[in-house]
Structure formats: structure tokens, C-alpha cells
Design a protein around this ligand. Structure first.
Ligand SMILES: Cc1cc2nc3c(=O)[nH]c(=O)nc-3n(C[C@H](O)[C@H](O)[C@H](O)COP(=O)(O)OP(=O)(O)OC[C@H]3O[C@@H](n4cnc5c(N)ncnc54)[C@H](O)[C@@H]3O)c2cc1C
Length: 524
């Protein structure tokens, strides 16, 4: 066994699993804990035989900050991982079945800098913007997207844009990219071997793991990044899984990688098209599209979903669609009862998962990996209190993600299938979301409705979805509280004008990425 350098000191951290979650965790721990002056060693063990899930191609803007924080060059990342830029999720047919709206990434604009106190949302709800969609009334970004433009130009520096953005990426290339970054720049050690057993001491702490290739590997702290199978937290430590299928019904995905058809324009939105028993994602990378149907097996049969996905692709790629392989991925929707037990924490699908409607997987795994790294215990004595806090925070994060995803379903007015009708039933909505919706019937969302600093989705995200979906807030009794009608009308007009100027000055999305692949952005 390894000799400890001090009493209960944690000097060897072992991550098991080399998917996106494992390597993101390795990067965060490497950055925070490994240096010439630190005794801490971070080691990642990855099975060469068990494949990664291989999906997970959409991200959110917080991820941009994370890549920058980890010391990654944006240009290298774009060149290596077949990356495109993402400015919104475009929801198609979610409200009535023949509609669309954008959940964009820019905050609502405040064009009059002398009056930053003017919040345009109530004025929009009072009808002062006319009948344009909410997103176009309060922001220029919808127009940028609809014109096929990128959120930045080649002369903007890395990680900065005219509008906010995230990325679409190739999951397999991204895991390989993070592997190189973690091992070459952040001092993480890498072992290719399969963990076959986990050794516990009499108090239930993990002392080491047995691998097929190099025998036993000991350690002081272990991180389970083994994907849905949750090899340590779930299987070995027996932490139960809390299923959330009563709130979020989808439980299966079919994934297909499709070529572009004749139209090679790359959308800078994830397209999310509602279907009878779920929705189809369509993500445009430079070389190909990643598509898939995420559905509830309780509301359909074994054959219809694949036909639905192929029918979706047929208009753009014709009969080529019949030659594309379709992969079925069963999904566990929910989270573990605990995420950190004794000297083992779980990050990634081993921790929890909800459908990828708002790209919350990488978001939550990245956020929790950073939280773990920033508060990482120096000794085992610090573990119980930190674990308790971590468990509380991660559960709150998942609960807030579940509320936000459910919002997209429960305020829909589709009534064409049981899937949509059941999704609107009050008993399928969490108490916390129901309480908020009750408030928002009579007043627009307020910052007081979002009290936790760690809330993953904020007031702006909720506003884009609520009013994109034409949620009705009854403003009649509130009119007197919003006397700046003329100023608000002026601001709505200014936003329209600026939107045209800004979008016309931006390059087409595919053209920008080609240039980045050739020249790169300027370094900051
Ligand atoms: C259909 C679908 C679509 C998704 N879309 C998105 C999206 O658009 N955006 C987003 O943010 N997220 C998305 N996600 C989530 C995304 O896939 C995950 O965030 C991400 O891939 C993390 O996966 P992981 O690393 O936890 O697990 P995996 O990718 O499954 O990796 C598990 C790793 O553990 C290793 N392993 C397992 N057992 C052992 C063992 N015994 N010994 C050694 N190694 C072992 C494997 O070899 C592998 O390296 C999606 C998920 C699904 C299911």
C-alpha cells in the first residue's frame, strides 16, 4: 500500500472514466491541484474496451468561460474538434405544433445607457413593441441567427464576440483534445486499463482499484466518471438512483450522424423539433450533422421513432437517409441520492442526467467538476462536511435543471398526443415550478424568484422560454407601475435598427469557421 505523506493527507486522486466528464474533471483537478510545488498527483484510468457514450455535442455560453479558464486556445479547439458556434436553441413546433422561437444567449438589450433601470419585458407584455416576437423585441441576436450570421468576426479576439455564444462540437474529438490538454499541459497521468474491482477498508473508504492490465492501483480519493453504469457510486457503493420519469417522460434516444444536403449553410442554433412522443435534435458541425430523436418509450412503439427520425432527414438528404446507421441509447433520467460518499465523488452520467434539450449535461458536469476542484479537501478529515455541502448543492442544481426543462413541456398548448397532454397535467409538474408559474401568471419573473447564486438558469433564460412560448402574464392591474411607455417604444425601435446594422456587418457562419480554421482568432 502507498505510504501517506501526512496524517490523512490526500495526495493521490484517481479518476475512473475517460469520457467528456472524466477529462473535464481531470482538467479542473490538474489546474487546481497539480504543480511542481504540490505533492498531489491526479491519475485517470480509462478502459480501452468500454466506449464513451459518443454524444453530447451542444454546449451553453458558460462553457466558453470554462475553456478559457482551463487555458485552452479557442482557435485550437475550433480547428481540432470540428466546432461551430451556437447562438440559441431554436424550438420548432413546441407551442401549438406549427411555430418556432429562439432561446438566445444574449441578455435582453438596454440600449439607453442613461436609463439602465428600464426593463423592457413588462413593456413588451403591455404591447408596446407591437406584435413582433419577444426575442426580436428585446435583442438583436434573433436577427443575426435568422440571417445565418456568426456572432463575431475574424478580428474579434478569442472568446469575445458581438453577441454571446457557445459551441457545437464533435464529442469524440473533444474527449481526445481534452486528453492531450490534461496530460501535456496540466500534469494529469493517464492509464489505459479496465477497473474490475474496487477495494474498501472496514469503514467503507476506497483504498484502491484492481485493473486488468496493471493490477492494483491505490489512491486517497476516487472520482467515478464511468458513465451511466456508475461503476463505483452506483454499483459498488450502492447509492440509489432517483428516477424523474414522472416529471420528464423521455427515456430513449436514437442517434444518427447525417451529411449536409444541398443546403450547406451551418445553422448557429441547435434545432429542437417537437414530435409526437419527444423531440429531434439537429446540430450542424462543419463536416456533418449530429441528429437524434429523444422520446418516451411509454408513449410510442418500437418502430415509429426510427421512422420519425428518418422522415425528418429525408427532405434534406433524400434516400441517403436509408443507408445511415441508427444507434439506440437507453437513458436514465434523474440523479443519484448522493454524489459524494466517503472518499468517492461522481461526475458525469454516473451522477445524473436529464434529456439534452438545453445542453445541461456538459454544463452540470463542468460546473460540479470545478466546484469539486476549487473546494478539494487536503485531508480526509475535511471530507464529511464538504461532502454534505457538495451533495446539497449538486442536488439543488439538478432540481433546478429539471424545473427548467419541464417548463418547455408544461406550458405547451399542444394537445395532439397523450405525450403532450400528460406533460401539461399539474401532477407532473414539480411544486417549485408550479409555484413560480402561479406568480408569473400575475407578474413577470423577477430576480427575487431566482435567489441562489448557483442557479444554472437565470431570469433571462426563463423569460426567453416563457414569452417565446407565448405564456400569458396578466399585466392589466400592473399598468400604472410602468409609466415609461414612450421611452420603451423608442428603445424597441432602436433595437430593430441596431439589429439590422449589426447582423449585416457579421460574416456568414460557415465562412467565419473556415477562416478560423485557416488563420485562427487573435489571442487575447
Ligand atoms: C442522447 C444524448 C445526447 C446528449 N447530448 C448532449 C448535449 O447536446 N450537450 C450536453 O452537454 N450533454 C449531452 N449529453 C450528455 C453527454 O453525453 C455527457 O455529458 C458526456 O458525454 C459525459 O459522459 P460521461 O463522460 O459521463 O460518460 P461516457 O462518455 O459514457 O464515458 C464513460 C467512460 O468511463 C469508462 N469506463 C466505464 N467503465 C470503466 C471501467 N470499469 N474501467 C475503466 N473505465 C471505465 C469508459 O471507457 C469511458 O471512457 C447527451 C447524452 C445523451 C445520452
Amino acid at each position: 500500500m502507498k505510504q501517506k505523506t501526512g496524517q490523512n493527507e490526500i495526495t493521490k486522486v484517481v479518476i475512473i472514466g475517460g469520457g467528456t466528464a472524466g477529462w473535464l474533471t481531470a482538467c479542473h483537478l490538474g489546474k487546481k491541484l497539480v504543480s511542481d510545488h504540490s505533492p498531489v498527483q491526479v491519475l485517470l484510468i480509462e478502459s480501452p474496451n468500454i466506449p464513451t457514450i459518443g454524444v453530447g455535442e451542444g454546449t451553453v455560453p458558460a462553457f466558453r468561460n470554462s475553456l478559457k479558464y482551463l487555458g485552452i486556445s479557442e482557435s485550437d479547439f475550433i480547428k481540432t474538434c470540428d466546432v461551430t458556434l451556437k447562438q440559441s436553441v431554436k424550438f420548432i413546433n413546441w407551442v401549438y405544433g406549427d411555430d418556432h422561437y429562439h432561446h438566445i444567449f444574449d441578455y435582453p438589450a438596454r440600449p439607453d445607457h442613461t436609463r439602465p433601470d428600464i426593463d423592457l419585458t413588462p413593456y413588451y407584455l403591455l404591447g408596446h413593441a407591437g406584435d413582433i416576437p419577444y426575442v426580436d423585441a428585446v435583442s438583436v441576436q434573433g436577427q443575426i441567427i435568422d440571417k445565418g450570421r456568426a456572432p463575431k468576426t475574424i478580428s474579434d479576439t478569442e472568446y469575445n464576440g458581438k453577441a454571446s455564444y457557445a459551441y457545437h462540437l464533435d464529442a469524440a474529438k473533444f474527449a481526445a483534445f481534452l486528453t492531450r490538454h490534461a496530460t501535456q499541459k496540466l500534469g494529469v497521468k493517464h492509464i489505459l486499463a479496465e477497473v474490475q474491482d474496487i477495494h474498501l477498508d472496514s469503514a467503507g473508504y476506497i483504498t484502491g482499484v484492481k485493473t486488468d492490465k496493471i493490477g492494483n492501483i491505490d489512491g486517497d480519493f476516487f472520482i467515478d466518471c464511468t458513465g451511466f453504469q456508475s461503476r463505483i457510486l452506483g454499483q459498488k457503493l450502492g447509492v440509489p438512483f432517483i428516477n424523474k420519469n414522472d416529471v420528464l417522460f423521455v427515456d430513449t434516444a436514437l442517434a444518427m450522424q447525417a451529411p449536409y444536403g444541398n443546403n450547406k449553410a451551418v445553422p448557429s442554433s441547435t434545432l429542437a423539433t417537437a414530435k409526437d412522443a419527444g423531440w429531434i435534435w439537429d446540430i450542424g458541425l462543419m463536416e456533418r450533422r449530429g441528429t437524434g430523436y429523444v422520446f418516451s418509450s411509454r408513449y410510442t412503439d418500437d418502430i415509429t421513432p426510427e421512422a420519425t427520425l428518418r422522415d425528418y432527414l429525408r427532405p434534406s438528404i433524400g434516400d441517403q437517409v436509408d443507408d445511415i446507421a441508427c444507434r439506440r441509447i437507453p437513458m436514465q433520467v434523474g440523479y443519484r441520492e448522493k454524489f459524494w460518499v466517503k472518499n468517492c465523488a461522481a461526475i458525469g452520467l454516473s451522477q445524473g442526467f436529464v434529456e439534452p434539450l438545453e445542453a445541461t449535461g456538459i454544463l452540470v458536469f463542468d460546473a460540479t467538476a470545478r466546484m469539486l476542484a476549487e473546494q478539494f479537501p487536503a485531508t480526509l478529515n475535511a471530507v464529511p462536511a464538504l461532502a454534505k455541502q457538495f451533495n446539497k448543492r449538486v442536488q439543488a442544481t439538478w432540481d433546478s435543471v429539471i424545473d427548467f426543462i419541464k417548463l418547455h413541456y408544461c406550458i405547451s398548448r399542444r394537445d395532439d398526443t397523450d405525450f403532450w397532454r400528460d406533460n401539461q397535467k399539474p401532477e407532473t409538474i414539480t411544486d417549485s415550478l408550479r409555484d413560480k408559474l402561479e406568480i408569473w401568471k400575475y407578474q413577470p419573473p423577477s430576480p427575487y424568484d431566482f435567489t441562489s447564486k448557483l442557479d444554472i438558469f437565470s431570469i433571462e433564460n426563463y423569460q426567453y422560454v416563457l414569452y417565446g412560448m407565448q405564456f400569458k402574464t396578466n399585466m392589466q392591474a400592473l399598468q400604472n407601475r410602468y409609466p415609461e411607455n414612450e421611452l420603451a417604444k423608442q428603445q424597441f425601435i432602436t433595437i430593430q435598427k441596431v439589429a439590422e446594422q449589426v447582423s449585416d456587418g457579421l460574416p456568414m457562419h460557415r465562412d467565419l469557421i473556415k477562416k478560423v480554421q485557416q488563420y485562427g482568432f487573435q489571442k487575447i
